[in-house]
Design a protein around this ligand. Sequence first.
Ligand code: UTP
Length: 296
Amino acid sequence: MKLKYSTMKIRKAVIPAAGFGTRFLPVTKSQPKEMIPIVDTPVIHYVVEEAVNSGITDILLIIGRGKRAIEEYFDRSWELERSLEEKGKYELLKQIQNITSMANIHFVWQKEMLGLGHAVMHARTFVGNEPFAVLLGDTLIEGNNGQPVTAQLIDVYKKYKGSVVGLEKVLPEMISRYGVIDGEHVEGRVYKAKGFIEKPSVREAPSDLAIASRYVFNPDIFDFLEKTKPGKNDEIQLTDAMKAMLSEHAMYGLHFDGKRYDVGNKLDFIKTNLIYGLKTDDIKDELKSWLKTFDF
Ligand code: UTP
């Protein structure tokens, strides 16, 4: 008898973070793009925090060559902790210790960068027979009204009992950069997927809702990933496996309530740092005054 996944608590998340980050060269030659800071905190920290605030307790980070800084970030740093303690910097000490205790963090290595779908396949043993979340490691999403976007997706998963993909409205001139849902409106911000179309032209696009960095899947996705042949850029595309899964399983899209920052591209990286800088207690006033004097 088939397990009723939809009644299971979602406690596992997978964060792919092995990609080359070619849009952010040269820094990504030796620095993982997931470690790029938003003010003083790497983007992957925010991603892990989103998962934890959505009820996730176990996280698998998919990493590769050149990504050691991610491992070190989530490891304990005894020397640093001792030094902060000796200097009486207890606030900082608490902050540093919290990084390692947020969740049970596991690692797996994608040895060849054969695409996002290929990266997710590495999570099969970790996930087992449970539903799980996927959060892209280079993208920060701020949920509105305090509810993290992964938690919003989990609510839809529980209600509709099927895999869910996060959707974001994009401008017509941007649509050809994204995978887009062909969906039937169900209620509120929820759509039932009829298809997914990779990078359509404006004319071909069935909607303006793009697949955007967060997913909740039934473990069945792995059967479809295993059968997925390399597609665009010769990579195993997660969207192709999702399309195949649609022939046997109902899937949903949630136009999430939140703001997405893709820190893997330069423009968004700079915008995100300004936005977050203006929220940061210790620098916001000076930053604001400086921006006012800036001659555009
Ligand atoms: P991207 O397509 O944005 O990552 O994948 P990329 O390939 O590193 O970026 P560019 O286009 O070369 O600049 C989204 C997420 O999936 C991970 C990336 O690390 C990123 O967090 N990814 C991508 C993998 O883990 N493995 C891959 O083979 C590809």
